[in-house]
Design a protein around this ligand. Structure first.
Ligand SMILES: [Cu+2]
Length: 89
């Protein structure tokens, strides 16, 4: 298990509004190497407001976060666009 420190932990210094992050995990099948990870990362990163925290061919896990709603359909469509299939965990 790789410990992951979210990118936003050091970002929020504002007292004006609290930023609530949503994190979702997906299981992706078919990824076998770093090129697969890159393909998934690139496609999912194109979804406005969605940040890819982690994608691993080894575990088949995709973790994304957003300060807005995350639409599973959009994420899974992007995964399919990259050539893989995924399910929400
Ligand atoms: Cu590959």
């Amino acid at each position: 298990m790789i410990a992951h420190v979210p990118a936003w932990t050091s970002v929020n210094n504002s007292n004006i509004e609290e930023i609530v992050m949503t994190t979702r995990k997906y299981k992706i099948s078919g990824m076998s190497c770093s090129h697969c990870e890159r393909a998934v990362r690139d496609e999912v990163s194109e979804i406005p407001g969605v940040h890819v925290d982690e994608v691993s061919a080894e575990t088949g896990m995709l973790t994304v976060s957003s300060d807005d709603d995350i639409k599973d359909m959009k994420v899974l469509e992007a995964v399919e666009e990259a050539g893989y299939s995924g399910t929400r965990l």
